[in-house]
Design a protein around this ligand. Sequence first.
Ligand SMILES: *Cc1c(COP(=O)(O)O)cnc(C)c1O
Length: 378
Amino acid sequence: MLSLDRHAQGKLAELEGRELRRVLAPTARLGGARVLRGGRELISFACNDYLDLAHHPRVKAAACEAVDRHGAGAGASRLVTGDAPETGALEAALARRAGSQAALAFGSGYLANLGVLPALAGPGDLVLVDALAHSCIWAGARLSGARVERFAHNDLADLERRLAAGRGDARHALIATESVFSMDGDPAPVPDILKLAERRDAWALVDDAHGLGVLEPASGARPPLQVGTLSKALGSTGGYVCASRAVVDLLTSRARPFVYTTGLAPAAAAAALAALEVLEAEPERGARARASARRLAGRLGLPEPAAAIVPLVVGDPREALRLAAGLEAQGFLAPAIRPPTVAPGTARLRFALSAAHTPAQVDAVADAVLALVARRAA
Ligand SMILES: *Cc1c(COP(=O)(O)O)cnc(C)c1O
């Protein structure tokens, strides 16, 4: 056997022993929170399509028209092959919604963070990252070469202490956090973080991946760097950053995952733009997703969620897998989230609620969870 395969198999066996191996399950999303897996239709709580827009007729039509006009892919980097008008129109709409001067689209939200942080921070700078921030924020911060420090989750006092200690030696300081945390669903105190950043002469990046379309934008809270994704509430694929004209112009020249990668497919941009229009015309979609999340949390006796994410922390990855399998057997899809996506000892079921879920579906999954938990306790 090749030593490479031996290496991979050894690593896999080790992951398997800790219940941390991950595998793919062929699944067709049907829209309206329904999916088809193994010949069975399930109700999905596993998808970040919070507003149920991926299957919206206007969104699909916009994607199809863009494919007809421009073909399936962008052809090259937007700087090389020229810019599809859909992408510029999407960026203008994103900037308008964010109250910023400009926006820049990336191939994904992951790539946006991987591009923005290293283009703006580097050796000699200090980047402070919330302890529960998404993997791609950490990856971007580390790639920047700046000194990276983790501050305790949503802890303004810890953040201030670290800025007070480290700001003096750093040329620039940048704080990176999320508007709504992806695996816990709780919000960051964004207005307070912006005030602190201002006071300590630091920049702030807020990743709005799970906020857009779900949370009302906090009035007056306009982070100078607003990162987001086209892939969740907008039902498409891609990522973006909204910022000042100067920052966006700099990123256009210097963000490597923008410069050296093929542009966002015009169909993805067109779909996201159509979704943004639906989102703005029908803000009640976000309210419905939030109401379903509150209903589920209430039924499960969990704290009231701010957005559309409800985590049920069980601790042990085996138990999270058991609950997920038990739910799937009863027709519900809710993913077991295990380390390293979340901290060791905090494996969980993560429910993503959407505008498509009915109160009856929410009640049914809650009853199924409670029965499974009770069976374990008995
Ligand atoms: C999902 C997510 C991303 C990545 O976005 P993609 O478009 O899926 O790559 C980035 N940041 C946060 C906080 C996320 O939850």
